[in-house]
Structure formats: C-alpha cells, structure tokens
Design a protein around this ligand. Structure first.
Ligand code: ADP
Ligand code: MG
Length: 696
C-alpha cells in the first residue's frame, strides 16, 4: 500500500470505517455522541467495542489502551491485551463496552497538584468520541479524558473540551443576533511544529542532552546560522528519508501533515499540518511529537523538541494558528463581502482584541516553561510582552470606527458598521510581521509564543475561554437592543478605544517597543516565576469558574504543578552540570594540562632553548580556568543544597530563577572558555559544530 489516498487514515477508526462496520443504530448513536457529547448506553457501547476490536485485530493489534494526557506534558498509556481465558484452557479476544467507555488507571504517580489528596487516590479515564481511536504499533489507542473521582480534571484534554464548550455557547449567542442558524461553533487550530535533528552517536555522548534535552555547556562553533543558508534550504538526504517515513506514519493516523522545510538554525526543521478542530489538533500534535522522536531513532538521529537546545542559535517554537468555524464551515474570522458579514467579522475580531488585552497575563502563563523562558524576549522569538499585530490597513479601519474619522482608502469614508464594506486587504499585507506574539493573518490569528515541547492545550484553553468571556459580555450588552446595528457600532467603538493599547504593528524585537509597552501599561513578565502569581489572581479564577473550565481548586493545582515542574527541571539541569564538571570536564582539563606539561619538560630536556610559548600559555590559562570552574561548581553545588526549606513553591521557583540560574550561567562561561583552548581529542563531548552539522 503506497498510494497516499489509501494510506490516509488506514490506522484510524474514523467515521467512514464506523459507517462501514457498525450496525446502523450503533453508528447513529456514536455520531450523536460525537455531536452532542452524550455517553453511549451500555448495549450500544458493547456493539461498538466489539466492532473496534475486530477492526483493530485485523490491523495487527493485540492490545488496547486508554490514551490520555496527564499534566506531565507527555501522553500516557497502560496496555492491556484483548485476551480473555475460556474454561477449556484457550483464550478469546475480547473487548467490552465498559472497557471502551471508561478506564481506571492507577494514577497515583501522575502530578495532581494536591487534588488527589483531598479526593480519591484513583483517577478514571473517559472516552472522547470526538477524537477517533487509532492503532499505534500493536495497540489500539482510545483517546480519553482523565479525571479524579470527584470529577476534577487531572489532564490537558478535559479543560480543553470544556473551553470549547464555553466558546461554542457564547459564539452561538452572538451568531443568533446576526440571524444565523448555526448550531455549533468550534475553534480550529493548525500548529506549526519546530524541532532539531542531531546524530544519535553525538547525542549519546552528551549527558546534558540525555538528561535535560538541551546543551548545558558548549562553545559556539565557527559557523552558526549567520549565513541564513539553512532556512528553506535543500533537505539533506537523511533528513528527507526521516520526513518521508514520518509523513507516511502521520497520514496513516489521519494526521494532515502538509508542509515541511528547513528552519533558520542549522539542523532545525518545521512541520505544519492542515488545521482541524482544536481537541483533535491537540491529540494529533502530541502524536506528531511522539512519532518524530521514534522515527528519528530509526534513522540514527535524535529529535530534540526542547525550546532551546543550543545557545547562540534559534530555539524552537510552535505557532498556534487559531480561528472559529461554524457547523456549516463558515470561518468567523474571514472578512466578508457585505456590510452585514463585515459587522459580524468585526464583532469576533474585537472579541479577540479584548480577550488578548484582558487576559494577557493568562496567555503569557499558558506558554511559560523553564525551556520557553530561554526564547521569549531573546530576539529570536516574540518578546515576553503580549501584543497584537493587525496590519496597518485593518488598524486604520478600526481607528476610523473608534474616532468617527474618515478612513483613508481610495475614497475617504467614515467607516460605519452595518453600512460599509471593509476594503479587501490582501492576505500578504497582513502576514509579514514575524516579530509579533499574536498576529492576524488574514482569516485567523497566529499565536507565536508557544514553545516547541509543550502541548498546545494550555494556550488554547486560555484563548477559548478568554474569547468566550468577551463574547459573553458582548451578547449580554446586545441582546434585546432595539437598534442592533447602532448598539453594535457603539460597542465596537468602545472596545477599540478601551483595548487599542494591545495593538502594535511595529518590530517586536526592538528595545524601544518594550519601553513603549511599559508606558502603555502592558505586562512584561519575563520568566515563569514572574508570571505565575497572576495565575491565581481573582479575575482569572472568576473567568475560569464562570465558564466552567477550571474550578478554583483545579486552577490552584495547576499553579502548583507549573511551579514544581519548573523547579524540578532546573534542579536536574544544575545537578547535571555538577556531574559533568566533576566527572568529565575537570578530569579532561587536568589530563590535558598534564600532557602539555610533560611535553614541555621533555621538549626542554631535549632542546633547552626550545620555544614552548603555546604550551606554557595554554597551561597557565587552563589551570586558572580549572581553578575557577572548580570554585564555581562548588558554589552551584552549594546553592542546590540550600534550596529554601518551605512549602511555598513560588519561593522555591524564584530561588531557582534568581540564584541557581545565575550560578549555572557563571559556571558555563568558564567551561566554554576552557573548551575553546582544549585539544579536541581531550574534550569529553562532541562540540556544537559536530552536533549541528554532522547530519548529512
Ligand atoms: P504560513 O504561516 O507559513 O504562511 P499558512 O498561513 O498558510 O502558512 O498556514 C499556517 C497554518 O495555519 C497551517 O497549519 C494551516 O492549516 C493553518 N490554518 C489555516 N487556516 C486556518 C484556520 N482557519 N484555523 C486554524 N488554522 C488555520
Ligand atoms: Mg505561520
């Protein structure tokens, strides 16, 4: 089977397969479950389970698992085989409805942020029928949500589904005001995924990559990304073979892998799928990351998903393209052809503007992680300040509405909602500012602050809920108004005036913008510990509980987990550095000094007047560096031992940010200096040049 059309979705129990294999009644029941989120009754569930099992076995599966997304950021699965003993000592392959619909993994080791202490120790998984079951290896995977027995979300899917329901409800209220008979609104996402590929042999020699996913030491190589010769360059044959296999595996899973190219940094690449419904896009992105790692290994490489594997070259992000679409396929962020359609477009546009301004803190938090802190604001990714790019033309139109002024297009008109048609702005003119964290790109928004390693769930939960809140306020204001168009015009005017501070069309990498943003009162939250206190601010608790996305205790749990994870990651990084210095780096330097010294002694014994300038100079430089590395390593080690003894995870995370990170940077500086003057045969690790340029 190599025809792409035949291959596509062949490992997915999708609607077409269901229609083919399920009895009519059962098929209808599943479709209803997908559409309305209703549970299947037990009888139907048994029929569906049996049919999925037969299909899975025909396709090579022997096991099944509830596949879920705990708050670790990776996916989890526990495999059970289909076998069931019979009385005569044989087995049959069995899969019951209740095994499909619900599972009870022993979940005590997943992070719960304290939620399970107050509730049951166990958790349960529940089938998300909107995301199709699929086969991975020999296992049938059933996408599920993961909750505590008290019903509190312990995963990344449950709140995402809730946020989609919240925005659906409020968007429908708005659409109704425009006379639409849409029955559902879903958010859509297309996540562009960046990653690095390095040679596996090189990777295996670096404990830092192995333990932390990034290089903790490493002097710059003579060549980096300065020539821009990698971006969109010819794909190397090993990488091409990897991409080919990756595409095939993704297609079999029904994942719409579409675009692939080399990125700016050497060894960096990107894959973009065609967008789909947010919760499916999220599942698919998790699977994509998993497959990238597995398939890279088969090709003798390792896929690095870390946000900043290498100092001095760009890190990796994930652009989250986002829009809203109705059940009949209308994109609500697509400017229309008539005054009526334009009014509706502007309403949704303004809902997003208001949401991004009101919840800039939450958007920043949604992309915060120890890894992503290295990127945001480092002149390679958007700054840590959240702002929006709308393009000059759209901004001018909004200004003209807000100020009752004429809009300066070919003919001067005063833009009036419900009366005027928006001028066509070609997509090209809206898509050129790559420095903006949140850009309108013609018919969707592109949220560009996400890190490459994280699930896209977090950012979309915030985005969906914040926009749901804007829409709710709009609907509350507009419903029952006699003159709808007039009321809408006034509302939009007010929203633009209240929130225009968030719009910035200039260069986001410019220092002047950071100063300007502060003047505008926008938040500049540089690191995870800086922004996390906002997570549990009253306004945010109110937002999430009103829209039934997170209860205050669920939010509190996530706050704890984010901080704890941050501290744990930095602790591992710091310990890894100490380990590398003591066991590899200092011994290597010492051996090299010894070799040089012995050389000098024997050279001078042979020829007393011999010039040993090079050797002597390196010996003295390296011995000085060795001394300072030793001291700095001891200081870091001491800092690790002195982590504040407190229950307050913010205090601990702040200590890691202020004390540990600077001790790590200090130590790294001396080690990198030593690397530059040490014989490559003595240095214990492959250097940046080898890591970045050895895949050919
Ligand atoms: P680029 O950003 O490289 O110019 P595109 O803008 O064409 O490329 O698309 C980038 C991503 O945006 C793709 O994953 C695409 O599927 C996705 N996308 C396009 N339209 C939408 C939409 N309405 N909703 C969500 N994502 C979308
Ligand atoms: Mg893009």
């Amino acid at each position: 089977m190599n025809k792409v059309t035949e291959m596509f979705g062949s490992k997915v129990f999708n609607s077409a397969t269901m229609k083919e294999r399920l009895p009519k009644e059962a098929y209808k029941a599943v479709q209803r479950a997908i559409k309305d989120g209703k549970r299947l009754d037990a009888g139907i569930a048994d029929i569906v389970a049996n049919s999925i099992k037969d299909w899975a076995i025909e396709n090579g599966a022997t096991h099944f698992t509830h596949w879920f997304q705990p708050m670790t950021g990776v996916t989890a699965e526990k495999h059970d085989s289909f076998i069931s003993p019979t009385e005569d000592g044989h087995i049959i392959m069995e899969f019951k409805g209740k095994e499909l619909v619900q599972g009870e993994p022993d979940a005590s080791s997943f992070p719960s942020g304290g939620l399970r202490a107050t509730f049951e120790a166990r958790g349960y998984t529940a089938w998300d029928p909107t995301s199709f079951a699929f086969i991975k290896g020999n296992t049938l995977c059933i996408p599920t949500a993961f909750c505590s027995y008290g019903g509190e979300a312990l995963d990344k899917k449950t709140p995402l589904l809730r946020s989609m329901e919240a925005i659906n409800k409020q968007a429908l209220r708005i659409l109704k005001l425009f006379g639409s008979d849409a029955t559902s609104v879903k958010t859509t996402v297309g996540p562009e995924q960046e990653y690095f590929l390095v040679d596996r042999e090189m990777f295996d020699k670096r404990p830092d990559l192995l333990y932390t996913g990034r290089t903790l030491f490493g002097a710059k190589s003579p060549k980096g990304q300065e020539l821009d010769d990698h971006y969109f360059g010819t794909i190397k044959s090993r990488v091409a073979a990897f991409m080919e296999e990756l595409n095939e595996e993704l297609w079999k899973l029904g994942i719409l892998a579409k675009t692939e190219h080399n990125e700016v940094a050497p060894a960096q690449h990107e894959l973009a799928p065609i967008f789909t419904t947010t919760n499916i896009a999220t599942d698919h992105n998790q699977l994509t990351m998993e497959l990238m790692q597995r398939i890279a290994k088969k090709h003798g490489m390792v896929c690095l998903l870390h946000e900043k594997p290498f100092e001095g070259v760009n890190g990796s992000g994930k652009h989250n393209n986002w829009s809203l679409t109705t059940n009949d396929g209308a994109n609500l962020l697509e400017p229309g052809e008539t005054p009526h359609e334009n009014a509706q477009f502007l309403t949704f546009l303004c809902a997003v503007i208001k949401a991004v301004d009101d919840y800039q803190d939450m958007l920043r938090i949604s992309v915060a992680s120890a890894g992503n802190d290295h990127r945001l604001g480092a002149n390679e990714a958007p700054p840590a300040v959240v702002s929006m790019f709308l393009g000059d033309e759209l901004t001018e139109i909004l200004d003209s509405i807000a100020n009752d002024e004429s809009y300066d297009s070919k003919e001067k008109v005063q833009m009036k909602i419900g009366v005027h048609v928006l001028p066509r702005f070609p997509k090209d003119t809206t898509d050129r500012n790559r420095t903006s964290p949140f850009a309108f790109t013609g018919n969707k928004f592109e949220f560009r602050m996400l890190g490459s390693a994280a699930s896209v769930s977090g950012a979309n939960i915030v985005l969906n809920t914040a926009v749901a809140e804007s829409l709710k306020q709009f609907a509350d204001e507009l419903e029952g108004k006699e003159n709808f168009t007039e009321a809408l015009h006034e509302l939009i005017k007010k929203v633009i005036n209240d929130h225009k501070r968030i719009i910035f069309n200039g260069n986001g990498y410019d220092d002047a913008w950071i100063a300007e943003a502060e003047k505008r009162g926008l938040l500049n939250l540089k690191t995870l510990p800086d922004c996390l206190p906002y997570y549990i601010a009253e306004k945010n608790e109110k937002l999430f509980s009103e829209h039934k996305v997170f209860s205050p205790s669920e939010l509190g749990a996530r706050y704890e987990i984010k901080l704890e994870t941050y501290s744990k990651i930095l602790n591992i990084e710091a310990l890894t550095m100490v380990d590398m210095v003591n066991k590899d780096i200092l011994p290597a330097i010492s051996k090299y000094i010894k070799a040089l010294s012995e050389g000098v002694v024997s050279t001078k014994a042979a020829v007393p007047s011999a010039n040993c300038k090079y050797e002597e100079s390196v010996i003295s430089k390296l011995s000085a560096l060795s001394g300072s590395i030793y001291d700095k390593c001891a200081a870091l080690d001491n800092d690790i031992k002195n982590v504040p003894d407190t229950e307050d995870s913010l205090v601990i995370a702040t200590y890691f940010k202020d004390t540990i990170i600077s001790a790590m940077e200090d130590l790294r500086a001396s080690v990198d200096e030593a690397e530059v003057i040490t014989d490559r045969n003595y240095w214990p690790y492959p250097g940046y040049g080898e890591l970045l340029f050895s895949v050919r």
